[in-house]
Design a protein around this ligand. Sequence first.
Ligand SMILES: Cc1cc2nc3c(=O)[nH]c(=O)nc-3n(C[C@H](O)[C@H](O)[C@H](O)COP(=O)(O)OP(=O)(O)OC[C@H]3O[C@@H](n4cnc5c(N)ncnc54)[C@H](O)[C@@H]3O)c2cc1C
Length: 390
Amino acid sequence: MAATADVVVAGGGVIGTAIAWRAAAAGLDVVLVDPEAGDAASLVAAGMLAPVSEALFGEQALLRLNLLAVGRFPAFAAELEQAGGHQVGLRREGTLAIAYDPSDHAALLRLTAFRRSAGLDARELDSGQCRGLEPFLTPDVRGGVLFPGDWSVDSRRYAAALRAAARAAGVRMVRDRVTGVRPGHGVGVRLAGGDDVGSGSVVIAAGWASGAITGLPEPLRAVVRPVKGQLLRLRHPDGIPPVLSRTIRATVRGADVYLVPRADGEMVVGATQEERGPDRTVTAGAVHDLLRDAMSVLPVTSELILAETCAGLRPGTPDNGPVVGPAGPGGLLFAAGHYRNGILMSPVTADAAVAWLTGQRPAAEWEPFTPQRFLAEPATAGARTSKEAG
Ligand SMILES: Cc1cc2nc3c(=O)[nH]c(=O)nc-3n(C[C@H](O)[C@H](O)[C@H](O)COP(=O)(O)OP(=O)(O)OC[C@H]3O[C@@H](n4cnc5c(N)ncnc54)[C@H](O)[C@@H]3O)c2cc1C
């Protein structure tokens, strides 16, 4: 059956669902299409909101966007909890980065000097101070750095809350796959089930698979690639109190591992970073390496229950930045490529998308991250209603 809407969003991960919710809250009639196969990266993610510990040499523009994102998160989360009636598990205890051996420590201090030079709050701690904050850490820890501005959210609860809020705001959910943007310049989509949805605007938010949708400008179809991440979910046995009170990011003999505690007793251990195309298998070697590194810094990890192993596909891009903004004439918007920080960036992505959909200017931090950097011709998007689209 053909349907119409002001906006069709292709993809129901945190990016597409946040956009759908905010667009509906802004008064637009929204259809959200997702096959709901459970393979969204959003359901695998650790949920770190980590602009500081993710800040790397040469990525200053991305850092500015991530700082905007973390600043926006608390108010967005509070409104979301109220709108959908779900708690999202936002934790603001900060993140402790620790180093296991002398060369890990030297590398951490180099990065810390860079992060401080960018004006970020990074507090150096010796081994005893690290263990004062987290008593279960191994005494072998060389030292660490506390990042008070890096938080976390329970990504699965957050995704569920977004869906609930989107539904409550009137978003219509369609369980299908978008195969193409309809010819006629972004005025509607074609679904795998054979139906069309006509709309004033189309938002492509299908994560790493966004490029499979036909009708997009060709250069954009090749921009987002899958970057595999394997990750473990551990649980505390009944009666055992939490072994961590904040996120730990450790470098262990050159390898990075993070441990993210949740309020409900879950602890996430991640993650690999692999260029293997769309492969979501979990390997024995990855489980072994993650547990080995986690146990090196937090030996009590061995007492926890291995509840789940999983793999997800981050939407990576050539410059590690997201690709958000007008992607062609007639209300076609692209919102994908959030790579390692899609949970963090979902609120500000929704803000920017709604700004473009309603003819407003998004925050200046988005300027370096529009599709224009991959497209030769300038594009425009703006509000058009389904009636205008015909
Ligand atoms: C191991 C791992 C750890 C991570 N940790 C963090 C972290 O700590 N903090 C953080 O901020 N980020 C983290 N990320 C990154 C984060 O998960 C992603 O950036 C984010 O989830 C991307 O969201 P998305 O909505 O764009 O994509 P996805 O969550 O992948 O959602 C895309 C959706 O599109 C749907 N879809 C695909 N094709 C179509 C189509 N043709 N039509 C309609 N729907 C379609 C899919 O079914 C899916 O539901 C992590 C990722 C991984 C893998």
